[in-house]
Design a protein around this ligand. Sequence first.
Ligand SMILES: Cc1cc2nc3c(=O)[nH]c(=O)nc-3n(C[C@H](O)[C@H](O)[C@H](O)COP(=O)(O)OP(=O)(O)OC[C@H]3O[C@@H](n4cnc5c(N)ncnc54)[C@H](O)[C@@H]3O)c2cc1C
Length: 451
Amino acid sequence: MTHAPFVLDADNGADLHRIVIVGGGAGGLHLATRLAGTVGRRRVAEIVLVDRYPTHFWKPLLHEAASGHRDPANYHIEYAAQAKRHGFRFVQGALESVDRSACMATIGAVHDEDGAEMLPQRRVRYDSLVLSVGSVTNFFNVPGAALHALPLESVEHAEVFRRRFLAACTRANHGLETAGMRSMPAINISVIGAGATGVELAAALTHAVDQLSVYRFQALDPKRDVRIRLIEGGTRVLPALDERVSARTDAALRRLKVDVVTGASVAEVRADSLVTGSGDALASDITVWAAGVAGPAILNSLDGIALNAANRVIVTDKLQTPGDPRIFAFGDCAACPSATSSGFLPPRAQVAHQQAMYLGKAFAQRLAGKAVAGFAFRDAGTVVSLGKSGATYQTGGVSSRVLIVDGAAASGLYRLLYRKHLFGVSGMRHAVLEGLGQWLGRWSRPAIKLH
Ligand SMILES: Cc1cc2nc3c(=O)[nH]c(=O)nc-3n(C[C@H](O)[C@H](O)[C@H](O)COP(=O)(O)OP(=O)(O)OC[C@H]3O[C@@H](n4cnc5c(N)ncnc54)[C@H](O)[C@@H]3O)c2cc1C
């Protein structure tokens, strides 16, 4: 016998406007926290946050989790704890569908590790629905890519990469110790896409190999035995940034002995190699795909919601879907028109953060019956980390007026980004305490995760 899905508090008893936010990432968690502290606290609205996972992890730290420089366990925020502390409601489960005529979102069942159901499928009524489900890797239908290349979208992906990387180092080290294995190099790692994610991962990996060879794999010569290749289809690394930033970053990567290959598209990914557009086969034991993102597949199934070519929800400058003003979308999953170009704003944490701030204010105004202005993005610049080798910061604005800062000042700026996020979602006291705990932990543990 099948049961109709359970409806979560169809009536909240107080006739409150219910804002359901789906996706508690860089933007969604910030918005839920902010709304809970304003319209939620004033009992004007009820705030519900839905996420498929029980914890939040700030995605820009993923490359450091993949390289082993940060243990994700120390950087999670538990949604339930955040909800209790700030006064919103958390519902765990993945969005499955939206019934726009009934204003109901269907949230999928949640299963335990053995596959047994913990929570059934549920329906959540909304007055306003905010989609902030982020993005997924875009493999651009390159043969073999989805099967053999690893994406870097979640902590699970970072962990899969890290374990494969450690296993490859363990095997190579053992081979070098016992059989004097000298196949040159012993490990080939390919990172496809030299945007910020690819560059940051490649740089972090060079430092990781250095540190692992000190702590655990003494037979491994980081420069001789491990090849880290960064492959970019465009003519330069960081193609979205100023040419001077690209040139400096390229030089810094080469100093780190990253094999930078530009102007090379990847035509096929195999289990142990890559084939370039010109037919060259390159050995690759571990391949990471960092060449682009698209909106998650769930967005395709939302009836009447228009998407752009990258599967992102098309929104107005008020971040509403043109066909249904009760549905909003922001962050990576939204195609928000750019005021300075004919395209859309890029999928970046900075955009998601500013849009969360904007929506927090806009909901308060809307619920108070006030007029709401459109969202205006202010580019605060881009900082790209090269791990222990520093960072590069490019100010926002038009290219000819760009200011470039690198070295310690840019590294400091990069570290501040996460602190700013933590401060925004946890408040000053918690952010300082958490920051202190993380800092102390880093002093008492090896600089890299060794298992
Ligand atoms: C390795 C890496 C490094 C990066 N570095 C930078 C950087 O230095 N600077 C920068 O500006 N940007 C950076 N980015 C991009 C940045 O992380 C994203 O732009 C930002 O996280 C987008 O925020 P968001 O809230 O839109 O989505 P996300 O932060 O991705 O959050 C989406 C949330 O939705 C949830 N979700 C997804 N599907 C469902 C579903 N069906 N139902 C329920 N919940 C769902 C997810 O669990 C997640 O919690 C980086 C990204 C990566 C991967």
